[in-house]
Design a protein around this ligand. Structure first.
Ligand code: SF4
Length: 322
């Protein structure tokens, strides 16, 4: 039996991790809870999830589940998305402090101002936005479906928020439309430098390079493949190279190794922050926090009803168009 004191500890040995994982799984069964985890979570957290996926896959799972509780191991906007898509469920977030810096780079007020300045444009919001921002947007996208969704929109002019890197990537693939792109960014992806990637390429000349579209355009230019986390998984585990340099959050390595352990996946790892791709807020969710949250049913995600109503439209439109 895991004691409450143990559940407060973050440094657990392997035996304690296993016990805690078993306790969490037993609690989930007892409470009819589904545990969803993003690929960027800690490996030991991913391992207790019913489903591990990217933003799009997790949105779909959250909208379809018949569990009573959705325990979401991801950053705040992901938990809000689960609540918006399935508002009758109790959605629990193991660490309410775990937010996405990029999502906080634009407010609903700023979006409304953009709409006033460009009344003929549709607002395309990356799913990495707050519920309030989604509520004033026309359609949501993820990195997996952004190009496809934007191509299908009737509007000739697009306000793309908040990620400049993904916005520029979409613009490149949809040249027939005009874009107004907000200058937000994902610190872990965008600050990884071309110099660091060049060093990796020189060290592993036989490796292919797969990168996430949140990376800086200079990194994207150097890549063999650009795609969302799920698309990177498919590419990296099936391409003809034995080694793949992967420029996205290091949590993805766990899934890649499980899917195809016969390849070598090289992630940038360095003591220098700019030489690594590590999301501190994703990693702010720990097994003890998951255990405490589920056991006590705390940290429930609560959103105003009018925000849920308004934010659901752009999300559902995304699911239809993708
Ligand atoms: S990896 Fe980037 S976009 Fe994803 S949660 Fe972290 S800061 Fe936000």
């Amino acid at each position: 039996m895991i004691t409450f004191e143990l559940a407060k500890e973050e440094s657990l040995n392997n035996k304690q991790i296993k016990e805690l994982q078993e306790e969490i799984r037993a609690l989930a069964k007892q409470k009819n809870a589904v545990i969803l985890s993003h690929y960027y979570q800690r490996p030991e957290v991913q391992d207790i999830a019913d489903f591990v996926g990217d933003s799009l896959e997790l949105s779909r799972k959250a909208s379809q589940t018949d569990a009573d509780i959705i325990l979401f191991c991801g950053v705040r906007f992901m938990c809000e998305t689960a609540k918006i898509l399935n508002p009758t469920k109790k959605v629990l977030h193991p660490n309410p402090e775990s937010g996405c810096p990029m999502a906080d780079m634009i407010t609903a007020k700023q979006v409304l101002k953009l709409k006033e300045e460009h009344p003929d444009a549709e607002v395309v919001a990356y799913v990495n936005t707050t519920a309030e921002v989604k509520a004033v947007s026309d359609v949501c996208v993820t990195s997996a479906n952004a190009v496809k969704v934007v191509k299908k929109l009737e509007s000739k002019k697009i306000i793309f928020i908040p990620d400049q890197a993904l916005g520029n990537w979409v613009k490149k693939h949809v040249p027939e439309k005009e874009f107004v792109i907000w200058q937000g960014f994902c610190p872990p992806h965008f600050e990884f430098t071309a110099r660091e990637l060049q060093k990796l390429k020189e060290k592993y000349p036989d490796a292919k390079v797969a990168v996430h579209p949140e990376c800086h355009p200079k990194i994207i230019e150097m890549a063999d493949f650009v795609g969302s986390t799920s698309q990177i998984i498919n590419y990296a585990t099936t391409c003809d190279a034995d080694r793949v340099i992967v420029i996205t959050e290091v949590g993805l390595k766990h899934t890649l190794m499980k899917k195809n352990p016969n390849k070598e996946y090289i992630f940038p790892e360095s003591m220098n922050y700019c030489g690594t791709v590590y999301c501190c807020t994703m990693k702010a969710i720990t097994l003890p926090l998951v255990y405490k949250t589920l056991r006590e049913e705390i940290n429930e995600v609560i959103l105003p009803e009018d925000i849920i109503e308004k934010a659901r439209r752009p999300l559902e439109r995304m699911l239809e168009l993708s």
